[in-house]
Write a protein that binds this ligand. Sequence first.
Ligand code: ATP
Length: 667
Amino acid sequence: MESKKGRMWEDVVPHNNIDVDTLLREDTEEFMKEDEIGMNGVPVVFADVEEVEEPIKEAPINDGPMVAPFKDKKDARLHWENVELTFDKGGKTDKFTILNGVWGEAPQGEVSAIMGPSGSGKTSLLNVLSGRMTSSTAFVTVNAEQVTWNGRKLDVTALATRQTFAFVAQDDSLPITATPREAIMFSARLRLEKDKTEEELVEITNKMLDELHLDSCADTIVGGALLKGISGGERKRTSVGVELVCKPKLIFLDEPTSGLDSFNALELVQVLKDVALEESASVILTIHQPSSEIWELFDRLTLLNRGRVMYEGRRDKAMPKFAACGFPLPPQYNPADWVMNVAQTQKTEQLEQAGFFPINDFSTDGLAKMLRDSEISDGISDGFNFASVKQQDRVGMVAQTKFLFIREIQNFRRNVHPLRTRTGMTLLIALLAGVLFFDAAKADFSLLTSFVDLNTAFGALLLALMSTMFSTVLPVLVSFPEERPVFLREYSTGCYSVPAYFASRFVMEVLVTAFQMTIGTLIQYFMVGYQMNYGLFWLVTYVMAMTSTALGVMIGSSVADASVAIEMLPAVFMPQILFSGFFIPKENMPDWLSWLTYIYPLNYAVRLVLVYEFGDNCDSFICEELLRRVDANSEDTWWYWLILVAQFFFFRLLALFILHRKAQKFY
Ligand SMILES: Nc1ncnc2c1ncn2[C@@H]1O[C@H](COP(=O)(O)OP(=O)(O)OP(=O)(O)O)[C@@H](O)[C@H]1O
């Protein structure tokens, strides 16, 4: 396959970063061949198989400078030692080691593959190195203390660090209604320099689409479970494009070729190879069964077996090493298959005796001391910014909100199904309530003698508010957990801030909810014949709807799964209905429970509509009795408004906080 080296970036991205260092580096590269660059750029000579056994030993990291000049040097590398991961659920049988003293490195300008049998710990290692798995993950203890970049300790768990490197997860997290072109363009807009012109962004996007062979599906929506879109392979390549378009210096990919046919897989790895070379990026990927052509594209190999390092070093030295250990590559055999074959079929003890599982002896006191002495990076100092564009050079919050809002509108237009369902549900319930309670509120309340006569109108009002609550919260609960992975990926890669995300969603919710409430209230108001002002009726149901939506977003932010969120619904809403005063007056509630009537939004909405309907239009003692049952007072209406609105803000801010916390820990 013909390499596209030099096509993708050079044509589009101005080389304003080239400096004397870069020129010097090019000279040095000619002098120092790839194979000869060892730890910290110290030359390593691989003369024969014996010397190859532990290539990494020959250039210990502590031979290098204590603190390297943090320029963008090609001999910089991500280096990790003693990475441990244990799972402990408490019981004796529930404790096991997933990663055991794992070590390795990924130099800039190279593609480093992590291979191994299923369950050997490839994904776990990638997650630990990329800060996605930390000791805060349930039942897991992680030791990633000795991860360095260019010889200096790197705190991979810091959000600021993670926002500067790229991670392509195995599961795609793309907005379902965006096209590959829009998804890549969105990423470019928000993560490249803010002064990029529209033409430049279009050109960069087109190049990316071209490189990833996405031209034919560039304008088809990504799609999801219910919406047909591009194929799985195209989706995977789009996910890669979304990350690569920002030219990060450190790129993690979890099984990027899974789901791709051999041709597409090869092309994808070729693109990664080109990016590594052109952008001096460290590409680290896990892979299951690479073809021999893909194998040839790897520069380094970390072979894991039962959580330990079976082989670590240059890819082209792997077969000589296997031969030296008594496992020469059979003729006509794919080396990648052979590596997996040996790892899977031989017992660990036999492999150890044969010379595999090398001891990492560059992990000496020297490195430990150096790490103790060196400052821990939070990921934002110069040497650790793996993103080609710093956060402060990207677009600000207003622009972020604008682009997010444009995407929301696009999503709204392309995925009309949720709006149709919402409108249909609102119409159905409103008509049903209208027919059932037809003219129920038209009576002259002052002439009524029994409290029971008022109950029908009270029931109609309660139903109007309850249906408002359910019809607004359910769509949010269903959609939000699905959208959350997209938010977490984009947030943790520095696309936008949490307030920008919420602001864009908020505007859409304001409009959609207003539309929905207008339909529902118009039908019910005129069919039931309420006597309060229509504007007030609309406003109470609208604020109630917005508060319920905020509660739904808060629940949706807390749980990862839509089904869990829906299961929580009765626990959240049933008490509100029970404590509304309709089924049992407040005075008859047990004292230790009656305070609950003061915390639920529904109670305040009920108090408001009852005051407006019966307080202002009725001077009979029956109406007074009804207001007393729910503890409503016409002089306190401004309090009810205040609390209802405050609850809206409270749930919104809590959701914002939860999402922010979740994004800090994991994406
Ligand atoms: N959070 C966790 N809780 C419990 N077990 C875990 C956790 N993470 C990983 N494991 C276990 O650790 C082992 C390694 O998992 P990992 O996903 O890293 O393997 P892998 O090499 O990527 O496998 P595959 O190729 O099948 O994806 C597996 O046995 C897995 O079940």
